[in-house]
Design a binder for this molecule. Structure first.
Ligand code: F6P
Length: 372
């Protein structure tokens, strides 16, 4: 059956923590599929919606000449600039068991309404996609989207660039007020299992020090390093107007507790110097996607549609991923088996991946420079 005679749609869903650029990927998938005569259906609310059959068409058919043409719904054009996800998202815990996935599997049979499913999300979502791929009859294809940058086989994921831009803009603003009062700020950024946002954000924001879980420091050494950065920054020799420390969410000591402990150690040694804490939290996950995230989303979306139409399943499209991926028409995009992606993601998080080792080594070199 060719693409135009098969009336089944490609399904697309967003799952897990949203990431800026997810909507841009939905737009790209919808427009590319429509251009190939294929309808697209959005699944509402991630895997929960797939279980419940919450589907919303994103294309419709119009008569043209003797035949009909698939066109994207009018609001699709406006999607690329929106943060979040118009399809909604969820962390669906029932998807961890085959029993919990059963209603979704039933919807993905060869004679069902969907000819394939594109899952846009992070590691939990891709694990769900991998499980589904082994159980259903249509292609399941993943696209990495997570601000944390912890998805294996992809140098970046949708949302990372925007999150970093948000972090840098927030730190710039915090530094304005910090300089006015000669204050030190500990700024916490998202990244539960992976400190990439803190690392890359610290360099770009010109921080004096950075704390991330992968350093493996104990509480005493964390407190000591913050104290050291503040003493050094405000020393007579350096006479800084502000000290900025970026802390990854994954460093278990809470920001306010850390600041209190540092203040106790500083005592009255630095008169007039205050230490404050700011937790950026979900602010980092929202906002209009950057050019880079829209561009990555568009190119991964294009390759994902081609992959579904080629009948390939249980794969993820990676952006500038490691050697060994299967080439696509786009030199920056390769296909990787989801099993490999998930094992590499686990290694990124537990520190055994070459990616994590490289990041940590780079940061060790940078640390000596940050506080100067
Ligand atoms: O999406 C990843 C992430 O933003 C992590 O950085 C963070 O720890 C987590 O999601 C927060 O999840 P939730 O929004 O469910 O609290």
């Amino acid at each position: 059956m060719d693409a135009t005679h098969d009336r089944r749609a490609i399904g697309v869903l967003t799952s897990g923590g949203d990431a800026p650029g997810m909507n841009a990927a939905i737009r790209a998938i919808t427009k590319v599929a429509a251009s190939r005569g294929v309808d697209v259906v959005g699944v509402l609310g991630g895997y929960t919606g797939l279980r419940e059959g919450a589907l919303r068409p994103l294309t419709h058919r119009v008569r043209e000449g003797d035949g009909e043409r698939v066109v994207p719904d009018a609001e699709i054009d406006a999607l690329a600039s929106l943060g979040g996800t118009v399809l909604g998202s969820a962390r669906e815990l029932r998807f961890h068991t085959r029993e919990g996935r059963a209603p979704a599997i039933a919807r993905l049979s060869a004679d069902g309404p969907l000819r394939g499913l594109i899952v846009i999300g992070g590691n939990g979502s891709l694990a769900g996609a991998h499980a589904l791929a082994g159980e259903c009859e249509v292609p399941i294809v993943g696209i990495p989207a997570s601000i944390d940058n912890d998805v294996g086989c992809s140098a970046s994921a949708i949302g990372v660039d925007t999150a970093l831009n948000t972090i840098v803009a927030a730190c710039d603003k915090i530094c304005d007020t910090a300089r006015a009062h000669r204050r030190a700020f500990v700024v916490e950024v998202m990244g539960r299992d992976c400190g990439y946002l803190a690392m890359a954000g610290a360099i770009a924001a010109g921080a004096d020090a950075v704390l991330f879980r992968e350093q493996g420091r104990d509480e005493e050494s964390i407190v000591a390093s913050v104290e050291h950065a503040i003493r050094r920054g405000f020393s007579q020799a350096r006479a800084k107007q502000r000290v900025l420390i970026l802390k990854a969410e994954g460093v278990s000591i809470p920001c306010t507790k850390l600041v209190r402990m540092v203040e106790e150690r500083l005592g009255n040694d630095l008169p007039g110097v205050d230490v404050r804490a700011t937790v950026l939290g979900h602010l980092v996950r929202g906002g209009n996607p950057s050019f880079q995230d829209r561009m990555i989303a568009g190119r991964l979306g294009l390759a994902a549609v081609a992959t579904v139409l080629a009948g390939t399943t249980d794969v993820m499209l990676g952006w500038q991923g490691p050697k060994g991926g299967e080439a696509t028409d786009d030199p920056a995009v390769s296909r990787y088996p989801l099993s490999l992606v998930l094992s590499e993601s686990a290694a990124i998080v537990d520190g055994s991946s070459a990616v994590t080792r490289r990041r940590v080594q780079l940061m060790e070199q940078v640390e000596g420079v940050l506080g100067l």
